[in-house]
Design a protein around this ligand. Structure first.
Ligand code: ACO
Length: 325
């Protein structure tokens, strides 16, 4: 598997920490010192599939691959436009990838890494020659805007990569889950239906009010323990040492998590690029958005070996390795 191209899309509206302090009882000092986040982009009417399609078009242009050549589209998202059709199918229609098989994958903030690992397995099997892997989330539509503990953390966005088969020996990837910890991070659906019209209406209203809830400290402890472990694990099974890694592209949830991971791995913080100050936690989109920025700013050079590591609801966590071409 080679990453042939990257793309991203952020909605135009920016909400700063000061803006948020007018909505809930918070302030810039609390948010930036505890999370590193200064602002986030929020969709004003754009859907998750529209953001995903824009990121996909940018990645295809970067890769110089036409939509007709794409054979697989996986969209990692927990905030798809509808339960059916899948967001990947809507992206297919929007960009004209008429030959692609398309499906969504739900692994919360680890979604992009799980989707990358899934696409890699398809490519390695010889079933497909190229794939579009997209992370897209619009957490703003499922956040409780009265809950200061969660609403300050997230932003909307989409990122995409184009993957193609290569003859070179590939890397082995890692995906992990621990369902027993699922309550630490939740976005509930209310699918209990009743044929009585009124109850059905109430049920739909409930569904529309599904909100993210989180045990922040449990998630923090989970992340700073599991992410260094999975990075060590992915290096070990690929016979690589930390010195052979140019940079670590982690899910952008929180600056303190990234710093703690660097410390536990005894690696310099400079090897852990961050952009969460500008975008907040964009869930499954955070890693491909950061990849695209690193690519465009030429921070990633041909031959650089990178580790991507995600963590999130489920709980789920995983890591992938790529060599920049
Ligand atoms: N502004 C001001 N005060 C706040 C805010 C806010 N936005 N949010 C919470 N507080 C208050 C609390 O009410 C509490 O007040 P109290 O002491 O009077 O009760 C105080 O700040 C401390 O609250 P804690 O929840 O203990 O704060 P903590 O130091 O744990 O920081 C945080 C919270 C930043 C969420 C931290 O737990 C964390 O980083 N967790 C990781 C979770 C994460 O990043 N999740 C992102 C989504 S999950 C993912 O991507 C995998």
């Amino acid at each position: 598997m080679e990453i042939r191209g990257t793309g991203s899309y952020l909605p135009g509206k920016i909400i700063t920490n000061d803006d948020l302090s007018e909505v809930v009882d918070t302030n810039d000092e609390w948010i930036s010192s505890r999370t590193g986040i200064c602002q986030r982009h929020i969709s004003e009417g754009e859907t998750t599939s529209e953001m995903a399609a824009k990121a996909a078009v940018a990645a295809l242009e970067d890769a110089e691959v036409s939509p007709e050549e794409v054979e697989l589209i996986i969209v990692a998202t927990m905030t798809g436009d509808e339960a059916m059709p899948g967001t990947a199918c809507k992206v297919q229609k929007e960009i004209g990838a008429v030959h692609a098989a398309c499906f969504d994958l739900s692994a919360a903030c680890t979604g992009f890494v799980f989707a990358l690992n899934t696409a890699n397995a398809y490519l390695a099997s010889g079933m497909y020659r190229n794939a579009l892997v997209i992370g897209a989330d619009m957490v703003s539509k499922v956040i409780d805007w009265t809950d200061r503990a969660t609403c300050v953390l997230f932003g909307d966005g989409a990122g995409a990569v184009v993957l193609t088969c290569t003859d070179k020996k590939g890397y082995r990837f890692i995906s992990h889950s621990d369902g027993s910890m699922g309550n630490a991070l939740m976005l509930e659906h209310h699918y209990d239906r009743n044929l009585e019209t009124e109850q059905r209406r109430l049920s739909i209203e409930q569904s529309a009010s599904s909100k993210v809830s989180m045990d922040g400290q449990a998630v923090f402890r989970f992340a700073v323990r599991r992410v260094p472990q999975v990075i060590e694990e992915v290096l070990c099974i690929n016979g690589l040492s930390r010195e052979e890694i140019g940079c670590y592209v982690l899910h952008q949830a929180n600056q303190r998590i990234v710093e703690a991971v660097a410390k536990r791995l005894k690696e310099p913080l400079e090897k852990f690029p961050m952009n969460l100050q500008n975008y907040g936690n964009t869930s499954s989109a955070s890693i491909p958005i950061l990849l695209n920025e690193l690519d465009q700013s030429k921070r990633l050079k041909t031959g650089d070996r990178i580790v991507m590591a995600g963590f999130g609801g489920g709980l789920t966590w995983g890591a992938s390795i790529a060599e920049w071409i």
